[in-house]
Design a protein around this ligand. Structure first.
Ligand SMILES: O=C(O)C1=C[C@@H](OP(=O)(O)O)[C@@H](O)[C@H](O)C1
Ligand SMILES: C=C(OP(=O)(O)O)C(=O)O
Length: 431
């Protein structure tokens, strides 16, 4: 479906509740499935990606009940999964295929995973490589780099894996396989990636050791069922925070934002950009720090974003790039080549689409340069079926001279079902 976003004639006002964290929702279902007993998950994100994880676990024989405010998973223990009769369809979700690979690597049966066109282009060797080192049998197109991925798990051996990329998906896949391996498994990364796996495995009773760049666990540990409360997703909140910062006169409260320190790069960068922002009601929910965020329209300054901050804000770069088009000066984003292997090549899709609307951006090998501020003129924008590009282009419509028509917005439901309705509601609350 195409959606036309009219320029905002009035400030955005009011409060919005952030939908559940996508990374944590996936993990809750996966870990509960291989735990012994019944786990109840509250605050679960009913986005398409997390629904793909539920459907894969059902195909593997796990009973999962859904009701209005919770998901109940009847865990069957580490070896309770059954050989699936059908292909495991991961849809658009990189997290599903990569984390599930780690679990399937430990299962004594054969399974095949595939997803949509975007998943078919995303590199899987980063996960299948270390899993093979651990003794799993894996294949796929181009020597196990592309879907469909076929696996037959087996007797795994622990490894110390030095990942060339800071990736929570790689780290999690190897650690999950490590639960089925003999001895100890360690993953060391160039920079620390999000640590939801380490935190949640502990909630399920697994002993995980961590230091600045490594995480380790011993094989053979059993997960015990646990109830999980999923905080709001800072990656989704970032779009509403950006809307508040971009539209003149706005004043929003974005509630229930998960503030795990491995995810708060976007908050740190917004502060450096001089955003008029405050954290309210800081608390701990389900083992993760959370707060409400008050944001007002802000005159933004250009910044450089690089190094260890990149994994802490990787999914927020499209919306940060839009914010940078309105900031004074030259914003430089570097060390972010990982953007090329997301749902789309997000260096190209962000730069092309923002330029199309009248911004001054340039793609580089590992990021982009944005000169601001520029008045966006509006027009047609592609989402390329990438949820984060679709939402970024919609926000561009709020500050353009003429409307922005965003193509194929259905993808937004991958991480933020109800995004357009919420945006519309905030626009109507100016009086
Ligand atoms: O582990 C996760 O839940 C995720 C890790 C990140 O990917 P990488 O591990 O590829 O960096 C992120 O981009 C993705 O949206 C979710
Ligand atoms: C990259 C993303 O997700 P995934 O890797 O799970 O497809 C994302 O949500 O921006």
């Amino acid at each position: 479906m195409d959606i036309t976003i009219e320029p905002a004639e009035n400030p955005l006002k009011g409060s919005v509740i952030t939908p559940g964290d996508k990374s944590i929702s996936h993990r809750a279902v996966l870990f509960a499935s291989i735990a012994e007993g019944k786990s109840v998950i509250k605050g679960f994100l009913r986005g398409e990606d997390c629904l793909s994880t539920i459907s894969c676990m059902r195909s593997l024989g796990i009973v999962i009940e859904e009701d209005a405010d919770s998901i109940t998973v009847m865990g069957k223990g580490p070896y309770g999964l059954k050989e699936p009769a059908e292909l495991l369809n991961v849809g658009n979700s990189g997290t599903t295929i990569r984390l599930l690979s780690g679990i399937l690597a430990g299962q004594p049966f054969s399974s095949v995973m595939a997803g949509d066109d975007s998943i078919a282009r995303r590199p899987m060797r980063r996960v299948t490589g270390p899993l093979k080192m651990m003794n799993a049998t894996v294949d796929g197109r181009e020597f196990a780099n592309y879907t469909p991925l076929w696996m037959r798990g087996g007797d795994l051996q622990g490894v110390h894996y030095f990942s060339p990329v800071a990736s929570a998906q790689v780290k999690s896949a190897v650690l999950l396989a490590g639960l089925y391996a003999s001895g100890k498994t360690t993953v060391t990364e160039p920079f620390k990636s999000r640590d939801h796996t380490e935190r949640m495995l502990r909630t399920f009773g697994v002993n995980v050791e961590t230091d600045e760049k490594s995480a380790s666990l011993k094989g053979g540990q059993k997960l015990q069922a646990a109830d999980v409360f999923v905080p709001g997703d800072v990656s989704s909140a970032a779009f509403m925070i950006a809307a508040g910062a971009l539209v003149q006169g706005s004043h929003l409260i974005v509630e229930n934002v998960g503030l795990n320190p491995t995810r708060t790069g976007v908050i740190d960068v917004l502060k450096r950009m001089d955003a008029d922002m405050m954290l309210l009601n800081e608390t701990m929910l389900g083992g993760e720090p959370t707060a409400d965020i008050e944001i007002k329209y802000s005159r933004l300054q250009a910044v450089t974003i690089e190094g260890s901050d990149i994994p802490r804000l990787i999914d927020e770069i499209p919306v940060l790039a839009l914010l940078a088009t309105q900031a004074d000066g030259k914003t430089v984003i570097k060390d972010a080549a990982e953007l090329k292997v997301k749902e789309t090549n997000r260096i190209d899709t962000v730069v092309n689409q923002l330029n199309e609307l009248g911004a001054d951006c340039e793609a580089t090998d590992d990021g982009m340069i944005i000169n601001g501020p520029s008045k966006l003129k509006g027009g047609n924008a592609e989402s390329y079926h990438d949820h984060r590009i679709g939402m970024t282009m919609a926000l561009a419509g709020l500050i353009s001279e003429t409307p922005v028509k965003v193509k194929d917005t259905d993808a937004v439901a991958v991480s933020y079902p109800g995004f357009f309705e919420e945006l519309e509601r905030l626009r109507k609350q100016h009086v």
